[in-house]
Design a protein around this ligand. Structure first.
Ligand SMILES: NC(=O)c1ccc[n+]([C@@H]2O[C@H](COP(=O)([O-])OP(=O)(O)OC[C@H]3O[C@@H](n4cnc5c(N)ncnc54)[C@H](O)[C@@H]3O)[C@@H](O)[C@H]2O)c1
Length: 332
């Protein structure tokens, strides 16, 4: 089958591209290689795919509606895994327009490409950030999420609404995945696993927000890839018998699932896992909660595991050991 993977030089897109290629599929990966974080890391991720003859990389901006329309018309993709986005909650406080361009305009060009070229399934990245200040734990896809606390979260929730309209109007099968803090080798330098490891290994102080009173459902990259690979084979069908659609399903061929580890880890246990993996004790700088951040995330993954028969299960200690090993090798 022929796939489009957007954000193929990004953390998750790179591993998904690798997996699809190793399964024998043809993959076109696109990415604009922007400098939100060091583009060298993005290029080195792409180097991991050089050996695959069935992988083609094209440097392209998903907000460029003409070029994206041309790409879809030329390549005739069977399926699309849409992972390109302006990520990060904190960056959205100072750079809102980057989120409008990549996450809203970019999602629209991808939906249009899918619509006009009869793509059989669009799987796209949403985020646990949509839960905002939700206090009911674990976070369920059936919870109402109408009060985002960052523009990033607002764009991700908007992506789900945009997807529903295309599923409803054009029968485009869409599945949105709300990722919960994804980490692992080749991970993002703007996220806590990288920032904390970098500081601890280099004997620098770490900033511990909300005085450590935070919890995150950390999900290991291999589990995320397994979930994406399985769910892209489960194509939602129109079901007019559904009398009362839930926030995560509809009469239209539209679904939204959480994908998380289903085990929230306290910030202090997470730091301990890095200390153990690195063999060093962190110097900690305790700070108040940051604007746009949420105190806890915890994924209810029943809707996903019921349809794919798989649950992420990597323990934070094992996952962070893998990350610290990679970090040391990468920085040699
Ligand atoms: N990593 C996580 O913990 C996490 C959590 C929730 C949601 N997500 C979502 O998952 C997806 C993948 O995240 P990631 O962690 O791999 O992030 P990433 O930043 O590593 O990857 C995204 C890639 O998209 C590319 N990109 C951004 N804007 C683009 C544009 N306009 N045109 C073309 N390419 C563009 C970037 O260059 C980057 O390589 C994103 O949609 C993100 O919002 C990630």
């Amino acid at each position: 089958m022929k796939y489009l993977v957007t954000g193929a030089a990004g953390f998750i897109g790179n591993f998904v591209s690798e997996r699809l290629c190793s399964l024998g599929h043809d993959v076109v990966g696109i990415d604009n290689l922007n400098d939100y974080y060091d583009p060298t890391l993005k290029k080195r991720r792409l180097d991991r795919l050089i050996g695959f003859k069935n992988f083609t990389f094209i440097k392209l901006d998903i907000a460029d509606r003409k070029l994206i329309a041309k790409l879809f018309a030329t390549e005739k993709f069977d399926r699309v895994i849409h992972l390109a986005a302006q990520a990060g909650v904190r960056y959205s406080l100072d750079n809102p327009m980057a989120y409008i361009d990549s996450n809203l305009v970019g999602m629209a060009t991808i939906l249009e490409g899918c619509r006009h070229n009869k793509v059989k399934h669009l799987v796209y990245a949403s985020s646990s950030s949509v839960y905002g200040m939700n206090e009911k734990m674990p976070f369920s896809v059936d919870d109402a999420v109408d009060h985002p606390v960052s523009l990033y979260a607002a764009t991700k929730k908007s992506n789900e609404l945009m997807a529903h309209s295309y599923s409803h109007l054009y029968d485009l099968p869409t599945t949105g995945l709300r990722f919960f803090t994804v980490y692992g080798p080749w991970g993002r330098p703007d996220m806590a696993p990288f920032l904390f490891t970098d500081a601890i290994v280099n004997n620098k102080k770490i900033n511990v927000f909300n005085n450590g009173e935070m919890q995150r459902d950390f999900t290991y990259i291999d589990d995320i890839v397994e979930g994406i690979i399985r769910i892209q084979d489960v194509i939602p069908a129109r079901n007019n018998a559904i009398a009362k659609p839930s926030p995560a399903s509809a009469k239209a061929p539209y679904r939204v699932h959480n994908i998380g580890n289903n085990v929230p880890v306290s910030l202090m246990s997470f730091i301990e896992a890095i200390e153990q993996a690195a063999g060093k004790v962190a110097e900690k700088n305790y700070l108040p909660m940051q604007a746009g951040d949420v105190p806890a995330t915890f994924a209810d993954i029943d809707s996903l595991s019921n349809v794919i028969g798989f649950k992420p299960a990597t323990d934070i200690k094992d996952g962070m050991q893998q990350f610290v090993n990679w970090y040391r090798e990468y920085n040699q």
